[in-house]
Design a protein around this ligand. Structure first.
Ligand code: ATP
Ligand code: LTN
Length: 335
């Protein structure tokens, strides 16, 4: 059976961008493949986090996976820091990746530009991500468009390891939806930036847990383009085109149908209807999220996930360590 791995940072709470770009695909892939979905708390630490908030966001991100339809009896849901093999392998990959390769990463450049101080972890972030993926002998990685470059690097590192040491890890494929299918949902305040859960401006995203009135307000105050025509034209009308993609994905209607219905009626009615559609999307997710509030419920799911994930990670790591020439413990007895 095919293996699927993906990670989500608990750097805030999931947005409709995360849902449409990645989580939605988790729920379909879980029926076709052996799936590992990981809350990558160590990646979140590459920029400053409040410890209490990180703890809460980690558990709530896992709860949101389940609320969005990831079935913990089918897919393995776990926390990255629970499986220490990730960081151990990451070091070996840091010693495999080139400084020049990491320096080219656009996510590093973008995030570094927004930080007061840039940690070494933000720079080596892609090596840890490659470790996440390669430990599970992953075939496919469902992610948004922003992760394409990291996936390419992961493939290069996998190929490098295999050509140096013989077959050790699978070379994974990215599973990225086209833009009209949610691969890159843009900020509601700036259609040239991607929607991001860690944005300082909460009006730029809709979080899956936002109350209905907040969603209505955020969508009504989303920036639009000049003119008043609702038409899909990413070049001339990037803001409206982004809202149309969201509408299309939450309603299941095509962009043409939406353009026909709202083409001449102005932005106001279109935005009001879009807000209602988004509220319809998040309402059942919010209900299921509340149902998972029983103390210990999500912790039990994560513990079961750890038990399934760790042995798989350990098997790969052991082979990789041997290939690098690291001496296993307990081999010098009887000298
Ligand atoms: P941060 O703001 O901390 O960078 P993020 O919102 O970008 O976080 P991640 O945890 O890095 O979220 O990403 C989780 C998944 O959601 C990844 O697969 C990522 O590619 C996808 N994703 C993130 N933002 C978007 C977006 N705007 N459109 C589509 N997919 C997205
Ligand atoms: N870098 C990703 C999060 C991430 C990930 C992974 C995604 C960490 N490890 C492994 C897929 C597979 C991000 O910023 N969205």
């Amino acid at each position: 059976m095919k293996r699927v791995f993906s990670g989500v940072q608990p750097s805030g709470l999931l947005t409709i961008g995360n849902y449409l770009g990645a989580i939605r695909n988790f729920t379909t892939l879980q029926h076709e493949a052996e799936c590992y979905f990981c809350v990558v708390d160590l990646h979140a630490l590459t920029v400053p986090q409040d410890p209490e908030e990180l703890r809460r966001n980690t558990l709530n991100t896992a709860r949101l996976f389940v609320a969005c339809g990831v079935d913990p009896t089918v897919a393995t849901i776990f926390v990255q820091s629970h499986v220490p093999e990730h960081t151990t392998f990451s070091w070996l990959l840091e010693c495999t990746a080139y400084y020049g390769e990491l320096r080219r990463m656009t996510q590093f450049k973008d995030k570094a530009a927004k930080q007061e101080v840039v940690t070494a972890g933000l720079f080596t972030y892609p090596a840890l991500m490659a470790a996440d993926i390669l430990l599970y002998q992953t075939d496919e990685v469902p992610v948004g468009e922003d992760q394409r470059q990291h996936l390419e690097l992961t493939r290069d590192l996998a190929t490098r390891l295999n050509s140096r040491f013989g077959p050790l890890v699978k070379v994974p494929e990215a599973y990225i939806p086209p833009r009209t299918a949610g691969g890159r949902i843009m900020s509601l305040q700036d259609p040239t930036e991607k929607m991001s859960k860690s944005s300082q401006d909460s009006r730029s995203y809709v979080a899956l847990l936002d109350p209905p009135d907040v969603i209505r307000k955020k969508i009504r105050s989303a920036v639009t383009d000049s003119g008043r025509e609702v038409r899909y034209d990413p070049e001339e009308k990037p803001a409206i085109s982004n809202l149309m993609v969201i509408y299309s994905l939450v309603s299941g209607e095509s962009l043409d149908t939406i353009a026909e219905r709202y083409g001449g009626s102005g932005y106001g009615k279109f935005k009001n209807d879009l807000a209602e559609r988004v509220v319809e999307l998040v309402t059942p997710i919010q209900r299921r999220f509340q149902e998972l509030s029983e103390p210990g419920a999500i912790e039990a799911i994560l513990e079961a996930g750890y038990s399934k994930a760790q042995p798989v990670a350990a098997a790969t790591l052991q082979a990789v360590q041997a290939a690098f020439g690291l001496v296993p413990r307990g081999q010098i007895r009887g000298e």
